[in-house]
Design a protein around this ligand. Structure first.
Ligand code: G3P
Ligand code: CA
Length: 323
């Protein structure tokens, strides 16, 4: 475990102090986005996103239980640019970091996460499942890992890290946008350029954009073959037509509120996007981040296409190709 200064929302660090801290804590994350004026914060982040981004999907979740302190710490130490995570609300309105709608896959409990209070969720073991599912990666240190609040993540990594937070299943988490914005402001994550917010929900992103125009947003897209015509692709929530039929106007509409798109690469072993798709999005002022890519040959293909970032469970593999 690295030695890290605890972060307090009452304390914010100027760029120089942030850089010193990053050095002090050993392998730090990219620290180019620093305290910006309110009017320039979004432009600053747009500039930062011109560089390729290594996005640690639920932390280094191929090597440690997803969305735990262990997974995020490992990703941070490996040097990922962003810690990716999914934000949801507990029954008592607390923001927690958890992917699934239900808790049985990655904990020793059952049921819907939104039905439990934070205290109840804190009693869960969200680490042991990983040892059983991945015996070759098992580590006794993972046993009994705690489900994290967003506060705990911010207090652990502060402004040393950057966060790529998904507003997850807004229909199951009413009030998520408001709670998330309040938390980001409490920790000065927006004006300091430390956060991107992503969602599959266009209404959720539009609400966030209206409430906080400086907050950089990424529209998630998921392409898959149309059951009635396998030659055609569809997008899950209908934000765009299929990736093989999308046009400039479709991308321009997203660029009105988002700095980029996050798309899947593969559906059932077949690519659902192409080099042309990537180029067309970029020509419409959208950065293109692709999820979730763990195979180095796939990573290299996407790098050859010129994508702007990749979500991966193995940041170390991607970093071997990009640094
Ligand atoms: O957020 C990008 C990617 O994580 C979306 O898929 O299901 O892993 O949240 P999911
Ligand atoms: Ca996610």
């Amino acid at each position: 475990m690295i030695r890290r200064l605890r972060f307090s929302p009452a304390l914010t660090f100027p760029a120089s102090a942030g850089s010193l801290m990053a050095g002090f804590v050993a392998v730090g994350m990219a620290s180019s986005a620093v305290a910006a004026s309110p009017t320039s914060a979004l432009d600053q982040q747009r500039d930062d996103l011109a560089a390729f981004q290594v996005i640690a999907h639920r932390g280094a979740s191929g090597q440690a239980p997803e969305s735990t302190l262990e997974a995020f710490t490992l990703a941070y130490e490996q040097g990922a640019d962003y810690l990716e995570m999914d934000a949801q609300l507990t029954a008592d309105g607390k923001l927690v970091v958890f992917h699934d709608d239900t808790i049985e896959r990655t904990s020793d409990g059952t049921g819907h996460i939104n039905d439990y209070t934070l205290a109840e969720l804190k009693a869960l073991d969200v680490g042991s499942w990983f040892n059983e599912a991945h015996p070759e990666q098992a580590d006794t240190a993972f046993e009994g890992a705690n489900l994290l609040t967003l506060d705990e993540v911010f207090e652990e990594f502060g402004h040393d890290a950057r966060y790529y937070i998904e507003a997850k299943s807004p229909e199951l988490n009413p009030g998520l946008e408001e709670a998330l914005l309040a938390k980001l402001k409490e920790y000065d994550m927006i004006q300091s350029g430390r956060v991107l917010v992503q969602s599959f929900s266009q209404p959720s992103l539009l609400e966030l954009h209206e409430q906080s125009p400086s907050l950089p947003l990424v529209q998630l897209l998921w392409y898959y073959p149309d059951e009635e015509n396998a030659a055609q692709l569809k997008e899950w929530t209908g934000v765009t037509p299929g990736s093989n039929r999308v046009d400039d106007a479709d991308f321009a509409a997203i660029a009105d509120y988002a700095v980029g798109i996050g798309s899947n690469y593969i559906y059932e072993d077949e690519p659902v996007i192409s080099a042309d798709f990537v180029q067309q999005a970029q020509d419409n002022d959208l950065r293109v981040h692709v999820y979730t890519v763990n195979d180095k040959a796939d990573m290299q293909q996407l790098l050859d296409w010129g994508v702007d970032g990749i979500f991966t469970n193995y940041p170390d593999r991607l970093l071997e190709l990009t640094r």
